[in-house]
Design a protein around this ligand. Structure first.
Ligand code: AMP
Ligand code: MG
Length: 338
C-alpha cells in the first residue's frame, strides 16, 4: 500500500521549517522592521535594524522578487526556463550560479549536480505526483544528467544540450542572501534573514549582542536542538530530509537526490547545517554535504577550513565542528575531529 503524505501535512512542515527567526529577546529596539514574503518557493522572514530599515526592506523585497522571477525552474517565463528550453543564456545571475555549482561539484566529487531537474520531477518533486521511480526509468534519464553538460564561458554565456535542464534550488537562496547582505551593508543596515532553510546575519545588532540562531529538530521543526550565537555577517544553511519529502511503504524519500543513484539520499543523516561567510557557498555545500554524509563531509571541512558544520544523525546525536563548539548557547552535542 502506498502512503502519500497529505498536502496539508507537507504544507505545515514547510511552514514550520520556514519560521526560523527566533523572537527578539527583551524590549524591541525602535528602528526595527519585520516582514514576511513568499519568494523562491518558500517563506522568507526578514528582520532589519537601522535608520534606513524601511527603505532597505523595500529594496530587499524587490530584489528577492526579481531573483524569483529569474531563477524559478517551474515558472513559464523565468530566465532559467528560457535557458532550459533554448539551451543558452547570458543572464549574469545564472552565470554566477553555474560558476559556483561547477566549483562545488568539483570539490565534492560530483555530489552537487544542478542537472537533476528531470530526475527530481520523475520522483514527483515540483509536480506533486510522488512515487518511487523504476530503475529502468532512472537509467533512461542518465544521458541528460551530469555537470559535464554545462559549457560555461564566465561573463559571456552558458550553454546546455537539448534534453538537459538545470535547477539551482540547491544554491539560489544562498546567492539571494549574499545579494541582500550587500544591499544592507551598503545602506548601513543590520539584520537577520530567514530564506527558507537559509539564515543570513548582517552586521551587528544595535545592542551589540550576538545573533541567536536555532538548529531545528528534524522530528519537530518548531523545536530547536541547538542554539548558536553568531557575530557579524554569516550564513547558516541547513539541508535536511524533513524539509520536503514523501513517504512510501514506511520509507522516507527526501528532495535531495544522490547523483550516483539518481534516487533520494538515504542514510543515517537527518540534516546538516553549514556556516560560512558566503551564503552561496554555504548553500551549495549544505546540499553536497547532505549527499556525502558526515565522514566525507568532515574530511572536506578539515581540508578546506572555510566553513563550520552541525550534523544531526538519525540516532539523535548532534555533532558540531570544533570551531563552532564555543558558539553553542544551548543544547547537547558532541564535537567532530579537529
Ligand atoms: P537544499 O535545500 O539547499 O539542500 O537544496 C535542495 C534542492 O536542490 C532540491 O529541492 C532540488 O531542487 C535540488 N537538488 C536535489 N538534489 C541535488 C543535488 N544532488 N545537487 C544539486 N541540487 C540538488
Ligand atoms: Mg543548499
Amino acid at each position: 500500500m502506498k502512503h502519500r503524505i497529505l498536502p496539508i501535512l507537507l504544507a505545515l512542515a514547510l511552514l514550520l521549517s520556514a519560521c526560523n527567526l527566533l523572537p527578539e529577546a527583551g524590549a524591541k529596539p525602535r528602528a526595527v522592521s519585520e516582514s514576511s514574503i513568499w519568494a523562491m518557493d518558500t517563506q522568507m522572514d526578514l528582520r532589519l535594524y537601522g535608520d534606513a530599515e524601511g527603505a532597505c526592506m523595500q529594496r530587499l523585497t524587490a530584489l528577492l522578487n526579481e531573483l524569483d522571477h529569474t531563477l524559478s525552474a517551474t515558472a513559464e517565463d523565468s530566465d532559467l526556463t528560457a535557458l532550459n528550453r533554448s539551451g543558452w543564456t547570458d543572464n549574469p545571475h545564472i552565470l554566477r550560479l553555474a560558476e559556483e555549482a561547477l566549483a562545488v561539484s568539483e570539490e565534492t566529487g560530483g555530489a552537487l549536480d544542478v542537472t537533476l531537474l528531470p530526475v527530481s520531477r520523475a520522483w514527483g518533486f515540483s509536480t506533486g505526483s510522488y512515487g518511487v521511480v523504476p530503475a529502468a526509468e532512472l537509467e533512461a534519464l542518465r544521458d541528460n544528467v551530469g555537470m559535464d553538460k554545462l559549457t560555461l564561458q564566465p561573463g559571456v554565456g552558458l550553454s546546455i544540450p537539448a534534453g538537459t535542464a538545470l535547477d539551482f534550488g540547491a544554491l539560489a537562496k544562498g546567492y539571494a542572501a549574499d545579494l541582500c547582505r550587500a544591499e544592507l551593508e551598503e545602506a548601513d543596515c543590520a539584520g537577520i534573514l530567514s530564506l527558507g532553510g537559509n539564515i543570513q546575519t548582517v552586521g551587528t545588532k544595535p545592542d551589540g549582542s550576538d545573533w541567536v540562531i536555532g538548529v531545528q529538530d528534524p522530528d519537530d521543526p518548531g523545536h530547536y536542538l541547538l542554539t548558536l550565537g553568531l557575530t557579524g555577517s554569516r550564513a547558516a544553511v541547513t539541508s535536511g530530509d524533513y524539509q520536503r519529502y514523501f513517504m512510501e511503504d514506511g520509507v522516507r524519500y527526501c528532495h535531495i537526490i544522490d547523483p550516483g543513484t539518481l534516487a533520494p539520499v538515504r542514510g543515517s543523516l537527518r540534516a546538516v547545517t553549514v556556516i560560512a561567510d558566503s551564503g552561496l557557498r554555504a548553500d551549495a555545500l549544505s546540499t553536497a554535504l547532505f549527499v556525502l554524509g558526515r565522514e566525507a563531509g568532515e574530511a572536506l571541512r578539515r581540508s578546506r577550513g572555510d566553513f563550520e558544520t552541525v550534523w544531526i544523525e538519525a540516532d539523535g546525536r548532534v555533532w558540531v565542528s570544533p570551531g563552532l563548539a564555543e558558539r553553542v548557547l544551548e543544547g547537547s552535542y558532541e564535537v567532530t575531529q579537529p
